[in-house]
Design a protein around this ligand. Structure first.
Ligand code: 13P
Length: 330
């Protein structure tokens, strides 16, 4: 029997998921791309020339800006758009969705106004339904080229995590399962903040030692934050935690790392954002995580300094000195 999957999004990750899912002849895939001109361009060229150039989109993927055509029969909805657009897109899509269609989220952020995780935004807008978070080191540019990758599907309902594992798995894409959706979502969001710090190390030429320290101590902050929201600390030493942190901090084309690199070289946030094609989720996430950490009295020095650099005009060099001259620790 054919499983119908509707993917919400026209970005690199949405396109990579579409390519991946069509590897199974039993899966029919449609992509809902909000802007008609973008849907048309992808359709005509069978390539996402703006956000995933050089990768051919399989003919079997149906790309449309008609929301009803994309989602009305869907057995699964996959959401692959930046956090800031999720609420509005789901509000538009809701009347067209049948029943309690399960949702797979590959979103890595926290909503700015509500501090909701992606699965919380999804159930807030669409009503109660099963949600899976797919996280881990998963750069779209690599997945779409069939380079080997391993991720984790997390859901409070293990059966759904296993269905998602079955749906997404290929001989080049390995999917593990766990029950810790809070941990997987928070790890996916927080690693973007640390990647900005790692990028600053690159841009400021602070060296390998500094960057490794940022990643290691950043993971401690991520784990502390996650535990305070009921996540399993072990999730942060898995694919969605340290795994994704390594990819995001090391990749030359990582958006959050690149943004940090440019800050480290002296560009302003406004200059960087106005020249970026894709969204670097870490900017809004830093604001949310900083505020939540303040509310809960959590000590998150790297996140705090990234917040000061992004939103208070502190120089990356001064932020580095603040971190290096903190009171001694065990
Ligand atoms: P960037 O948005 O920083 O490129 O990170 C992508 C990612 O989440 C890889 O798993």
């Amino acid at each position: 029997m054919t499983t119908k999957v509707a993917i919400l999004g026209g970005g690199g990750m949405a396109t990579a998921c579409a390519s991946l899912l069509t590897e199974s002849p039993e899966t029919a895939v449609s992509m809902w791309v909000r802007k008609p001109e973008v849907a048309e361009d992808i359709n005509v060229h069978r390539e996402n020339r703006r956000l995933l150039p050089g990768v051919k989109l399989p003919d079997a993927v149906h790309v449309t800006s008609d929301v009803d055509a994309a989602v009305k029969d869907a057995d699964f909805l996959v959401i692959a758009i930046p956090t800031e657009f999720v609420r509005q897109a789901l509000t538009t899509l809701k009347p067209h969705l049948k029943g309690e269609t399960p949702v797979v989220s590959v979103i890595k952020g926290i909503e700015r106004e509500t501090f909701y995780r992606p699965s919380e935004i999804i159930t807030d807008v669409l009503g109660p339904r099963p949600v899976v978070a797919l996280g881990g080191p998963s750069h779209a540019e690599e997945i779409a080229r069939r380079l080997p990758a391993s991720v984790v599907a997390a859901s409070g309902e293990l059966d759904l995590a296993r269905e998602t594992q079955q749906l997404f798995s290929t001989d080049r894409f390995r999917v593990y399962t766990n029950l810790d959706i809070i941990g997987v979502e928070l790890a996916g969001a927080l690693k973007n903040v640390i990647a900005i710090a790692a990028g600053i190390c690159d841009g400021g030429k602070y060296g390998d030692n500094a960057k490794s320290a940022i990643m290691t101590r950043g993971l401690v902050e991520m784990t502390l934050f996650g535990a305070s929201f009921g996540a399993e600390p072990s999730t942060f030493s898995g694919l969605a935690g340290v795994g994704d942190l390594i990819t995001t901090c090391m990749s030359p084309f990582g958006r959050n790392r690149s943004l940090g690199e440019r800050l480290g070289r002296g560009e302003t946030l406004q200059e960087i954002l106005s020249s970026m094609e894709a969204v670097a989720e870490g900017v809004n996430t830093t604001r949310s995580v900083y505020n939540l950490a303040e509310q809960r009295g959590l000590e998150m020095p790297i996140t705090t300094e990234i917040y000061r650099v992004l939103f208070e005009g502190k120089s990356p060099e001064d932020a580095t000195q603040t971190l290096m001259t903190r009171p001694p620790r065990e």
